[in-house]
Design a protein around this ligand. Sequence first.
Ligand SMILES: Cc1cc2nc3c(=O)[nH]c(=O)nc-3n(C[C@H](O)[C@H](O)[C@H](O)COP(=O)(O)O)c2cc1C
Length: 169
Amino acid sequence: MKPLVVFYSRTGTTKKVGEALADLIQCDSEELIDTKKRTGPLGFLRSGRDAARNKLTVLGPLIHDPALYDVVALGTPVWSGLMSSPMRTYITNNKSKFNGVAFFCTQGGNENRKLFDDMQALCGRSPVSVLALRASLVKNEEYNERLRQFAGALQTQSDANAATTSEDR
Ligand SMILES: Cc1cc2nc3c(=O)[nH]c(=O)nc-3n(C[C@H](O)[C@H](O)[C@H](O)COP(=O)(O)O)c2cc1C
């Protein structure tokens, strides 16, 4: 089974990367919809505060079952140095179904070590690959090579799992 790309995006940057990744691999994708209002200055402040406090939210209905995929690529914007509340909610609710994970993020600055450590701890497993992209790179379309490398790592993992599964039969 191919990878599944799951992403949350408040202003479209992570969505652009998530959709490009799913296009590249030709796999399913799932955009997380937050029922909490995140637009405007108040939405901005609430988002930063929720992330810093590890707060969960309520997501809209999901389309895909992550248990049916070898690896789930989880994409989030960096909020207060951490993952967005919608991504924290998705991982919390679905981590028991993950067969493998990879992480990607978009961010205004350069720092993301805490984010990937936090995602790994919450998932309870190491990612097969990670990708952090500055929003300015995404805007200027200067991320294609790094996205291709990340996509390659996902496909390698997916192929390896498929081979193991067929040997088990
Ligand atoms: C509430 C909030 C907090 C943020 N905190 C950080 C941060 O700590 N570090 C950083 O590099 N960027 C931070 N950013 C910038 C976003 O990570 C960046 O703009 C990202 O690409 C937005 O992705 P999106 O368009 O998919 O929502 C923050 C943005 C918001 C809205």
